[in-house]
Design a protein around this ligand. Structure first.
Ligand code: SF4
Ligand code: SF4
Length: 113
């Protein structure tokens, strides 16, 4: 094949029927404000932890919505639970409680195994 000097990016389509959305379903049930998130990123812009780590709340929520698998435990331990994100969220998402619920669901799963 002719070398054009660039490569085509890998396909990033998501098959929603195949992704595992158990955390999303749990959060929808136990913290319904999670459904209100529009992914605006205001929480991330103001996040105390984001100033010192690569923690990105908006990214975390988007990945949960899409059913991506990532090490949630590692991610959420970066959050300091300061609550600044709740104060700025334009949709009234209870972000801090969502972090706590993610922790809860991970711990519950561990106990069942
Ligand atoms: S500020 Fe609220 S609506 Fe915006 S991304 Fe964060 S949680 Fe979602
Ligand atoms: S509660 Fe966590 S996610 Fe929210 S601003 Fe504080 S460190 Fe960031």
């Amino acid at each position: 094949m002719k070398d054009f000097g660039y490569t085509i990016n890998k396909d990033r389509q998501i098959n929603f029927d195949r992704t595992d959305k158990w955390i999303y379903e749990y959060l929808k049930k136990h913290e319904p404000s999670f459904k209100l998130c529009i992914g605006c990123g205001t929480c991330t812009a103001t996040c105390s932890s984001g100033n010192f780590t690569d923690f990105n709340l908006r990214r975390l929520f988007t990945l949960i919505h899409r059913g991506y698998k990532l090490d949630m435990k590692d991610e959420i331990t970066k959050c300091m639970l300061c609550g600044k994100c709740i104060m700025v969220c334009p949709r009234g998402v209870n972000t801090r409680n969502i972090i706590l619920k993610i922790n809860e669901v991970i711990e519950n799963r561990k106990r069942k195994k």
